[in-house]
Ligand binder design. Structure first.
Ligand SMILES: Nc1nc2c(c(=O)[nH]1)N[C@H]1C(S)=C(S)[C@@H](COP(=O)(O)OP(=O)(O)OC[C@H]3O[C@@H](n4cnc5c(=O)[nH]c(N)nc54)[C@H](O)[C@@H]3O)O[C@H]1N2
Ligand SMILES: Nc1nc2c(c(=O)[nH]1)N[C@H]1C(S)=C(S)[C@@H](COP(=O)(O)OP(=O)(O)OC[C@H]3O[C@@H](n4cnc5c(=O)[nH]c(N)nc54)[C@H](O)[C@@H]3O)O[C@H]1N2
Ligand SMILES: [Mo]
Length: 769
């Protein structure tokens, strides 16, 4: 054990390898899916279907099996042979089902028929599609337009999303929050502010040409396992990966490529990270400041010695603004403060900066470890500062690469799902569809929650997702939700949100992406956009889970046709039955990005919709890429205090967001339970605790609100001191609604202020409900 109380993990786990194969096999054995092998064969390939798990790029030259452990799990999960039927619902009241764990709810299998909430029996009862659409019409027509919200989780296709956004706007509002509001909204706002692009500038091929990758708060082993292949290739070429993460994630340490028979047999992993720096939560701003300080210092020293400097002066002059103020901030920042906030040693930060200075092409990668903080936008600004110093943006092998979450979350924004009207060509929509689009800003996820609480939101329509389980302040929000007049959930499987319903509620079962979608006897394709702004066609081939299912585009069209006044320019039902017509509309709305959409979407590797920042065109007010000077030294919203811990909410390898596949967090060596709290050994001792004790986490946000999650088993883990780890979504009751990124309102789920207290319970919970 090191002096700082950090523990070596019992065994360093390897990502990929046989573990990933057995991870898939377990889920396979349990779900007994039909058609799985032929379906997996088609995953992420042209004319096949695009993975429903993460948004990682889909290469033009595919492997025999172009999917990973978690992509396979996600497909197997969709194709389960279990069914959640009307008979199931008649046997269980919603009051009873609310006591079930997330895992047990989803294990009931695929939803098979549309259901309506019946107050007298407190159950969901079977209803026809027409009955559902009529009921939705009755309620939505009774409301004022701003009172309804149209949420989308980032999975629905471009076609479904385009129609959904149009539905909300013709209804009369921009209340179109999506899962991105809890995820990469910090990127949409923070990155846009500094480089004029709300999405990453890299394409997949850039990873073949970089010499160094600065890797912040993203966990590829669990969340984007196909990324491990380009990372492994890069390392083999001599590229250096410098990782910043409080947690030693196996996926960033060692990798055995399951597609490489030799490596599988010899079990010799590739070591991925050249340096692994266990930054404190929110400490990235200071870590980056330390590195920039070193870069400036070296530049001066080189030039003083009569040599060429380190900075890319030509780039800085032509393409950037604001370097003087930033240089001054870096020069005056003290190493003591940098070390204290980052939790990292000056020598390590200088060594990392030296790798940066010596690399010709650098990519900055990041995920939720940067975005889910109160000053997350400033962390992104700092990463961009580092890249700008040597012109590492907008050229081959260099750039910034936020790793997106849901498989089409980036694409939903591209085709109009946004609460920000300025991002949508409203005049064009007005002309195409003969209506007066609402110009007032809509609600973000946090603003939806505020509106449900204060009664200004009356109806919540949800295209996928598990909203109340994913949002902050879960307990208080669940109570508020019961006051809604209407909830509508379009879903594949039962989850907690469906049990937290309004006075009227409809549960509408939809086709999954891997299933065949026939409309009028014609098989339909949909499309999605990946993290690298490439658009891919997707066709499902599996037999639908039930003959009563409808596709997402047709459900959205059905709701729109029922609720909205009819107009010849808005033939919803025709669109919902022929998605090529929707693609024609998308192309007409966004002609530059979607040119020859129908012809190009099945190109191998998809088609690139373009990104001005990739061409060094900066769509910022100054027309330049902006250096920004942070106003804080840490991204945490609530600083240190005696007894206070900063909680990181984490994903295990056995979940996709709120969908829990099982209880094995294999890559972290944690098995069997999610009702745990991870702590540094020294912190455990200082709290007078021992491993295995049962504790509660209580809110320490200083706002006087009682928030608690009880029944957690203390588990010693290699974490920096002063922070604890717990699983998302079980920890969500602890996140205050007001605790979010200052620029984008993304909930700050990675630095939640808590205290640890002994539990009143004698035994740990089996699982937290
Ligand atoms: N299997 C699987 N795949 C998924 C998902 C899933 O749940 N399961 N979710 C999907 C979605 S929607 C998303 S958005 C992505 C999420 O993918 P990621 O962006 O990887 O998100 P997380 O796993 O929440 O957190 C990422 C990492 O941030 C680290 N971290 C925490 N705090 C800090 C900090 O202050 N600084 C730094 N530098 N690091 C920090 C954590 O230790 C963790 O390793 O994955 C997508 N893919
Ligand atoms: N504390 C904490 N909170 C977080 C996070 C965190 O790291 N920590 N992460 C945040 C992030 S990054 C995100 S993206 C959100 C996720 O928030 P959401 O996107 O709302 O949640 P998911 O868990 O992805 O939604 C799962 C449900 O989607 C439905 N579903 C699955 N496939 C389909 C489909 O094809 N069509 C339809 N219609 N429904 C489908 C199923 O019913 C399933 O139960 O959570 C956020 N909340
Ligand atoms: Mo996400």
């Amino acid at each position: 054990m090191a002096d700082d109380g950090r523990d070596e993990q019992p065994e360093e786990h390897v990502s990929g390898g046989w573990g990933s194969v057995s991870g898939m096999a377990k889920v396979f054995a349990r779900e007994r899916p039909d058609h799985t092998l032929s379906t997996l064969w088609r995953q992420n390939k042209a004319r096949g279907f695009m993975c429903t798990s993460c948004a990682w790029g889909k290469p033009a030259h595919t492997h025999a099996f172009e999917f990973c452990e978690n992509g396979a799990k996600s497909t197997i999960w969709e194709l389960t042979s279990d069914r959640c039927t009307p008979e199931f619902f008649s046997a269980h009241t919603l009051t009873e089902l609310r006591t079930w764990a997330d895992y047990d709810l989803e294990m009931t299998g695929r939803l098979t028929e549309p259901m309506r909430y019946a107050t007298d029996s407190d159950t969901y009862v079977r209803c026809s599609w027409e009955e559902a659409f009529d009921g939705i019409r009755e309620h939505l027509r009774a409301l004022q337009a701003p009172e309804a919200v149209f949420y989308a989780s980032g999975k629905a296709s471009l076609e479904a999303s385009y129609l959904y956004a149009l539905l909300a706007r013709v209804y009369g509002n921009n209340n179109l929050p999506d899962s991105s509001n809890m995820c990469h909204e910090t990127t949409s706002v923070g990155l846009k502010k500094v480089i004029g692009s709300p999405v990453g500038t890299c394409v997949l091929e850039d990873f073949e040409h970089c010499d160094a990758i600065f890797y912040f708060g993203q966990n590829p082993g669990t969340n984007s396992p196909r990324f491990l292949h380009p990372l492994q290739e890069a390392v083999k070429r001599g590229c250096k990966i410098i990782t910043f993460n409080p947690v030693r994630e196996a996926g960033l340490l060692h990798f055995i490529n399951p597609q490489n028979p030799l490596q599988m047999v010899t079990q010799t992993p590739t070591e991925l990270s050249h340096m692994y720096l266990q930054v404190r939560p929110g400490g990235d701003i200071s870590a980056l400041m330390g590195m920039c300080k070193r870069v400036f210092h070296r530049d001066e020293a080189e030039r003083a010695a009569g040599r060429e400097g380190i900075l890319d002066q030509a780039f800085i002059e032509q393409h950037t603004a604001g370097i003087d103020a930033f240089r001054q901030a870096a020069e005056t920042a003290s190493w003591d403060a940098i070390e204290a906030h980052s939790g990292l040693a000056r020598a390590d930060l200088e060594a990392a900066a030296d790798v940066y200075c010596e690399a010709s092409n650098v990519i900055g990668v990041y995920g939720m470890g940067l975005t889910q903080h109160v000053h997350g936008s400033q962390s992104i600004g700092m990463l961009v500062n580092l890249l700008l110093l040597r012109g590492n943006l907008g050229r081959e092998g260099a750039g910034i690469s936020p790793v997106r979450g849901h498989s089409n979350v980036q694409g939903q924004r591209t085709v109009g799902i946004s609460e920000k009207p300025e991002l949508v060509p409203l005049d064009k929509l007005a002309e195409m569809f003969a209506f007066d689009p609402p110009r007032k800003k809509g609600r973000t996820t946090v603003e939806v929650c505020e509106g449900v609480r204060d009664g200004s939101v009356r109806a919540f329509v949800s295209l996928g997702g598990n909203f109340v389980r994913a949002i902050p302040e879960q307990n208080a929000m669940e109570n508020a939700w019961k006051e809604l007049a209407l909830t509508v959930y379009v879903a594949t499987k039962l989850n907690r949100s469906h049990l937290v319903h309004g006075k009227a509620s409809y549960l509408l079962p939809c086709l999954a992406r891997s299933e065949q979608d026939m409309q009028g006897g014609v098989p339909q394709a949909v499309s999605i956009e990946d993290s690298f702004s490439h658009i891919h066609g997707s066709m499902g081939h599996a037999t639908p889970a039930s003959p009563h299912l409808r596709s997402e585009p047709s459900i959205v069209a059905g709701i729109a046709a029922a609720v909205l006044p009819s107009h010849p320019k808005r033939p919803w039902l025709i669109w919902g039955a022929d998605y090529s017509r929707v693609r024609t509309l998308i192309e007409e709305t966004y002609p530059e990005m979607f040119r020859d959409y129908e012809a190009r979407m099945f190109h191998k590797g998809g088609f690139y919709r373009g990104n001005p920042a990739h061409e060094r065109k900066w769509e910022t007010p100054s027309g330049k890429a902006e250096f920004t000077t942070p106003t804080v030294s840490s991204a945490l919203g609530v600083g240190d205090a005696p007894g206070r811990f900063h909680l990181i909410t984490m994903r295990s390898n056995d979940q996709f967001n709120t969908t829990i596949y099982g209880f094995s967090d294999r890559l972290r060596g944690l098995e069997g339970s999610r009702a745990i709290v991870l702590m540094n050994r020294q912190d455990v001792a200082d709290q007078g605790l021992e491993a295995g004790d049962v504790v509660a986490l209580a809110s320490d946000a200083g706002d006087g609100v009682e928030r608690e999650v009880d029944g957690l088993t203390v588990t010693v883990f290699d974490l920096p001191r002063g922070c604890v780890g717990g699983y998302y979504p079980e920890m969500n009751p602890l996140v205050p609604l007001w605790y979010h990124d200052q620029a984008s309102k993304t909930p700050a789920a990675k630095g939640v202020p808590v205290r640890v207290r002994r539990s009143a319970r004698a035994a740990p919970l089996t699982e937290v409900v």
